[in-house]
Ligand binder design. Structure first.
Ligand SMILES: N[C@@H](CCC(=O)N[C@@H](CS)C(=O)NCC(=O)O)C(=O)O
Length: 220
């Protein structure tokens, strides 16, 4: 057992980002999985840890950190290698730009696609899904161009940008790859058919040595 604990919900992209960061830095932790179906994140015990009732939360000894980016920053400051936020001003700027782009332009439209599909309500939300897919394809095209000459989203090495964007893309693929998404012709899945550079980037992340440890338990 370690003094480091991570409260998470399986399949939550922000939680997956933190888990990947822990694995990339080789940091052991005790996973504390909460059951969203039982609303365990709203229990009095958990609200005492995070009054917002959200995950991820990292506990490191007597330190409690809420919010994904705060956790990534904390981990990077506490364990600098490998660096997640760059080693030069321009690298740091590019990483933050990519994170802001994802949070401002990709995360919500991916949610607009994945939420109804995961609930089996594709028919009911067809306009929302196809409209969001258009926005998402535009964003993925930008990634596709960026990854033409670069292995990673914000420079020559893996960074927090990759760890933030990757779980969002995986959530998208899980939704777009469902049988009930096929008739909608979202032109996203299989990724390699539509965005081959992005598919190569996904493969690179999946090949990280401890990748499997962070994979959402209920997706296995
Ligand atoms: N800004 C927060 C957002 C975290 C968030 O949205 N967490 C979701 C899981 S993806 C959650 O806790 N949902 C449960 C709830 O709100 O009850 C962060 O990045 O940490």
């Amino acid at each position: 057992m370690t003094a480091r604990e991570l409260y998470f919900i399986s399949g939550s992209p922000p939680c997956w980002s933190v888990m990947l960061a822990l694995e990339v830095k080789g940091l052991a932790y005790t996973p504390r999985r909460l059951d969203n179906a039982k609303r365990e994140q709203k229990s009095p015990e958990y609200l005492a840890i995070n009054p917002r009732g959200q995950v991820p939360v990292l506990i490191d000894g007597d330190i409690t950190v809420c919010e994904t980016l705060a956790v990534l920053s904390y981990l990077d400051a506490a364990t600098p290698a490998p660096p997640l936020f760059g080693t030069s001003p321009i690298e740091t700027a590019k990483i933050w730009q990519s994170i802001c782009d994802c949070d401002g332009n990709l995360r919500e439209p991916v949610g607009q696609i994945s939420r109804p599909l995961f609930r089996g309500k594709a028919d009911e939300f067809i306009d929302q899904i196809t409209g969001a897919a258009e926005t998402v394809r535009d964003e993925l095209s930008l990634y596709e161009t960026m990854l033409q000459d670069n292995g990673w989203l914000a420079g020559d090495s893996l960074s927090a940008a990759d760890l933030i964007v990757f779980p969002v893309i995986m959530q998208l693929l899980r939704a777009a790859g469902r049988d009930d998404a096929a008739p909608l012709q979202l032109a996203i899945y299989p990724l390699a058919d539509h965005f081959p550079n992005l598919a190569g980037w996904v493969n690179r992340i999946e090949a990280l040595p401890r990748y499997a440890n962070a994979y959402p338990p209920h997706w296995k």
